[in-house]
Design a protein around this ligand. Structure first.
Ligand code: MCN
Ligand code: MO
Length: 742
């Protein structure tokens, strides 16, 4: 059997030999697109002169809002599957602004030419006259509504909702101590290896799109809504996607302009973001929490009051609305805190729009609640394990004060076991000795509970062909995780056949009848379960075929290791291949089954530990990163561990190095070179252990998600380790050398 084993990734040859096909690798006689971008963060557009640009050799067209926007029946809007559109103030964003630019770098015109180089030259020849306005680039200023980003909305506040539960005044009256806590996440950029890319071809009334996306079916729906083309006339293909980290669930105005141009010109048009464009198109996080915590002397947290201020940037993207909703609901985390008075406020600023990044809301919530736990521990003279033990939820299932139902687990048990298995106290002691010798090293711990396997459903289809080979069509859309291998393991085990007879495909709307996609660490749990259930259906049919051949009741047929047998007569046997072949010769031919599998969210959890060293220049390094997680049943430990490594390295970046630094003008002043994504040089030594006595989800796979775990909890663990090393309190990610030395 394959499940539970570190089966090697099945389809990686092309990646490691450089033969994968990303959007930019697709050969097609397409025109190239590039964008003229605003050089002001906030300004009226007075005039756009394209005449010189059109004179550049090879330039086919330059379109502005005048040509492009009228093709759009709607614009970019939040994702109604998860976001309540009515609770937000937003405008549907068209491709280009018609009179006012709202952030520096905002696309205002598309230049189309025969090759990339002439396009690049022509972009510089487009002359734009602006009437500059004072920008508002800080969230705190934006909230005052003195400068308004969207005049139509008359306010910068898109969302302002209280999240209240229990009796907050009583909690604060009964407190022995009130502890102030601040937690800040600066703006980040996911930076997948492959930047955004799209090719659009409109011919004979059919729109074909090749797209670097996580959600081809949802994007087909959006293109249909926005362009008023029926879904039946749109095909979205997802070629190999070189990572996304949540950022490719969103749709950019550039994408809309490329599609509109291909419609106008009747020719294929393509665009691949440059790295600088990618950095502008996918910014994420950026929020500030300020709060007060009511505590008892023994460490019991009675209640939390606080305000969460979130930056949306200049426009509401497809996914930014998730954060003001989910962060407050997850702030109580794994702890039995029942009294809360939280206000969640999301504001527009004259800065690049915010989208989502690995963990999308759970990193923020975890960072906030773990900062609270560690700060309270310091204020009361307790240690990091005790404070958590005192507050962790002890009985599951548990419904949190905002109605989220935690499905299964043993939080205290895992914390105790994790601390032991990961050698936490030994590390603490070692660090203390080292500090006596003058080395600035520290050890930090953080606990997390996360919500994943977002549904409500996922689709799977399986075809067993007449030779008995298996094709699995999954609605999930792996783009680096390796979920396809894990799905093949589940199917091969259900069929009890060689995994090499199973092929898994996904991503193309013509191939996959329905799909939600890959995000929110949902794929193996909900998509894998869908595949298992279909496999069971097929096996059932195969048994019925064997039964009818032998003229017996289906209960008489047994299947084991590739063989169908008659229970009452062991001499009657048929191989897997024989039955598959027979299936195509019967009156109800074929072995093609499909289903939509529906289920609820699951809640994995764990404890992660970081060891940090700070040198004389204030540069911090994470030496070790150790994780102990209960993710339910582990389908492929190598893949799951890989997720801890990748997410853990991104946590190192978020905690210590990465920041999408903007100046007061809202201009991104870092490039890919100095944004400082950690590489193998900055990588810590990883230890990843999954609980053997796991608590399964109620899915057929028994799994819970792991795709975001380490970036959800890692920043809190690393900042805690930094505090231990330096002996100071830190609130911010990233905490930079200047702040460490201060
Ligand atoms: N897995 C397992 N057993 C479990 C849980 C997971 O073996 N109990 C394995 C799965 O088979 C899969 C991987 O771990 O190979 C992650 O599975 P899962 O937790 O179901 O997450 P998804 O497949 O839905 O992936 C999405 C998740 C998210 S939301 C982000 S963001 C992220 C991440 O995956 N983006 C990634 N990991 C990424 N990895 C890569 N290489 N690139 C990205 O863009
Ligand atoms: Mo994600």
């Amino acid at each position: 059997s394959y499940v539970g084993k570190p089966v090697k990734r099945l389809y990686d040859d092309k990646f490691v030999t450089g033969k994968s096909t990303y959007v930019d690798d697709i050969r097609m006689p397409a025109l190239y697109a590039g964008f003229v971008r605003s050089t002001y963060p906030h300004a009226y557009i007075k005039r756009i002169d394209i005449s010189d640009a059109l004179k550049v050799n090879g330039i086919v067209a330059v379109f502005t809002s005048k040509e492009i926007n009228p093709l759009l029946k709607g614009g970019i809007r939040p994702w109604p599957t998860y976001i309540d559109l009515k609770s937000f103030r937003y405008i549907e964003r068209k491709a280009f602004p018609e009179n006012k630019v709202k952030y520096l770098g905002e696309p205002i015109a598309i230049v189309i030419g025969q090759d990339k180089y002439s396009v690049r030259d022509a972009i510089d020849k487009v002359v734009v006259d602006y009437e500059p306005l004072k920008p508002v680039t800080s969230m705190e200023e934006a909230e005052k509504d003195q400068i308004i980003v969207h005049d139509e909305l008359k306010t910068n506040i898109s969302y302002k909702i209280p999240f209240k539960a229990g009796e907050i005044d009583k909690a604060f009256n009964e407190a022995d101590k009130i502890v102030k806590v601040e937690a800040i996440n600066e703006r980040l950029i996911p930076n997948p290896m492959e930047p955004r890319g799209i090719i659009a071809r409109y011919e004979g009334g059919t729109l074909s799109i090749w797209y670097s996306t996580q959600v081809p079916h949802y994007m087909r729906l959006e293109f249909s809504r926005i362009f008023g083309i029926p879904e039946s006339k749109i095909k979205v293909s997802m070629p190999d996607v070189g990572g996304a980290f949540g950022s490719k669930v969103h749709l950019t105005p550039e994408d809309l302009a490329v599609v509109a141009s291909s419609i106008i010109l009747g020719r294929p048009v393509r665009w691949t973001a440059t790295r600088s464009e990618e950095m502008l198109a996918s910014e994420a996080r950026h929020n500030v929490f300020t709060g007060e915590v009511a505590v008892k002397k023994d460490g019991t947290v009675l209640g939390i009051k606080g305000k969460l201020l979130l930056d949306l940037g200049a426009y509401m993207t497809v996914t930014a609305g998730l954060q003001p909703l989910i962060i407050p609901m997850m702030i109580p985390g794994p702890y039995k805190i029942r009294n809360l008075d939280l206000e969640s406020v999301a504001v527009y600023t004259n800065t690049p729009p915010i989208t989502m990044y690995r963990g999308a809301s759970r990193p923020e919530a975890t960072y906030i609640i773990e900062r609270i736990m560690s700060t309270v521990a310091d204020e009361l003279g307790l240690d990091d394990v005790t404070i958590r033990e005192r507050n962790l939820v002890t009985e599951l299932p548990y419904t949190n004060p905002f109605g989220l139902r935690y499905d299964s687990g043993d939080y205290i048990g895992l914390l105790k076991e994790g601390v032991k298995k990961l050698g936490y106290y030994e590390l603490k002691k070692w660090a203390e000795e080292e500090r006596k010798k003058g080395h600035r090293v520290g050890v930090g711990l953080a606990f997390y509970l996360e919500i994943c396997s977002f549904g409500p459903w996922e689709y799977a289809e399986i075809r067993v062909d007449e030779r008995g080979d298996v094709l699995v069509i999954t609605g999930t859309t792996p783009h680096g995780q390796g979920t396809e291998t894990a799905i093949a393991q589940l199917v091969a085990d259900t069929f009890q056949i060689d995994i090499n007879r199973v092929r898994v495909i996904w991503g193309d709307t013509d191939t996959v009848a329905a799909s939600m996609g890959t995000y929110g660490s949902r794929s193996i749990t909900i998509g894998g379960s869908a595949a298992m259930k279909v496999a069971e259906k097929i096996l059932d049919k195969m048994k019925r075929i064997a039964a009818s051949t032998w003229n017996v009741d289906v209960q008489e047929v047994q299947y084991e290791k590739g063989e169908f047998r008659l229970k009452s007569d062991p001499s009657k046997r048929m191989s897997w291949d024989d039955v598959a072949n027979l299936a195509y010769r019967s009156h109800d031919p074929g072995l093609v089954e499909k289903l939509m599998y529906e289920n609820d969210v699951t809640f994995p959890y764990g404890v992660h530990i970081a060891v940090v060293e700070v040198d004389d220049t204030g540069i911090a390094r994470v030496l070790e990163y150790r994780a102990y997680d209960d993710i339910g049943k582990v389908i492929n430990p190598a893949l799951a561990e890989g997720q801890i490594h990748g997410g853990g390295l991104q946590a190192v970046g978020q905690a210590l190095y990465e920041q999408a630094l903007l100046n007061d003008n809202g201009q991104l002043i870092v490039t890919y070179a100095d944004y400082y994504i950690p590489t193998v040089v900055e990588a810590p030594k990883f230890t990843s252990i999954f609980a053997e006595n796991y608590h399964p989800s109620n899915y057929p796979t028994g799994s819970k998600g792991v795709g975001e775990a380490a970036l959800i909890v890692g920043p809190a663990a690393i900042i805690r380790a930094l505090e231990d090393a330096v002996g100071a309190r830190f609130t911010k990610t990233p905490t930079t050398p200047e702040e460490i030395l201060r």
